[in-house]
Design a protein. Structure first.
Length: 285
């Protein structure tokens, strides 16, 4: 699933193509909005909150989309149509007069709402390090609300901090030297959030830095532990370990760690097989 930094970068790309342009064709190919016609509206800009993308339009309208696991956006600077085989999966079609076009393909979430009602779909989200209203104190309060919760689960909970996905949750645990199942109460939360916010901003805004957590861009060496199961740790040489995700449980995703750099008791590791501790309501993307 794309994370907050990838969605932020996508918003900047869509802004470069569509911002301040008038749509000559605006179609939402989903049942709820099949009759909506966005032609004639001006694209005012794109903003993000965590993994949620908001395309603001004139007329007090906002297009709310979410990529989840299957979605993507295709941008054509020349305004070309997508190949028919891909066009069949387009859920959003935004075209401008003799200018760029953007196509949202296989988007699982496509919602048209009044701009003044955006908070209705975002109010459950925690603070986002990539937004101007980033509130580190509130983020720390939310993370610490359940002291016994495993750190990796708390980082994945978008109600605590919006934007950290599975890659960043695993990499931040490594960078801070924490076993992923370390209870939140045993973690220096402000230091973790300072590092996480700085890393997410660097990834989202520096060319070539997208999700390169090691500083090395060579294939296979871009991450410390994520995706490196069975390979030597880039820091100490110990084999990186992994536990599989638990189906339909957003708090127990595939998890990687280095047993040497991220020490923890066997009981802490086995805790991944026990039901997770939860705050009120399910974790939300």
């Amino acid at each position: 699933m794309p994370e907050g930094d990838t969605v932020y970068a996508l918003a900047r790309r869509l802004d470069g193509a569509l911002r301040d342009r008038v749509l000559t064709h605006g179609e939402l190919r989903v049942p709820a909005h099949a009759t909506a016609d966005l032609a004639g509206l001006t694209v005012l800009g794109h903003v993000t909150h965590g993994k949620h993308l908001l395309t603001r339009l004139s007329g007090d309208l906002t297009l709310h989309t979410h990529l989840k696991m299957s979605g993507s956006w295709n941008v054509s600077s020349t305004g070309r149509w997508l190949p028919p085989t891909v066009m069949a999966d387009a859920r959003v079609v935004l075209r401008t007069e003799e200018g760029p076009a953007a196509y949202g393909v296989r988007l699982p979430v496509v919602e048209l709402l009044r701009t003044r009602d955006e908070t209705a779909v975002l109010r459950h989200l925690g603070p986002d390090p990539l937004r101007d209203d980033w509130d580190v104190t509130e983020a720390a309060r939310r993370l610490a609300a359940d002291p016994g919760r495993p750190l990796v689960a708390a980082l994945l909970d978008q109600r605590c901090v919006a934007g950290f996905g599975n890659l960043w949750a695993n990499e931040l645990c490594f960078l801070r030297g924490h076993n992923p199942w370390t209870p939140v109460e045993d973690v220096d939360i402000p230091a973790l959030l300072e590092l996480g916010a700085r890393a997410l901003r660097h990834s989202a805004t520096v060319p070539g830095a997208m999700q390169v957590t090691t500083g090395i861009r060579r294939k296979g060496e871009q991450h410390w532990v994520a995706g490196r199961a069975g390979r030597p740790c880039l820091r100490c040489g110990t084999r990186v370990r992994v536990v599989a995700e638990v189906a339909n449980d957003p708090e127990r995703r595939r998890t990687w760690w280095c047993p040497t750099c991220q020490p923890g008791s066997a009981s802490a590791i086995r805790s991944s097989d026990r039901p997770p501790r939860r705050t009120a309501g399910p974790s939300s993307p």
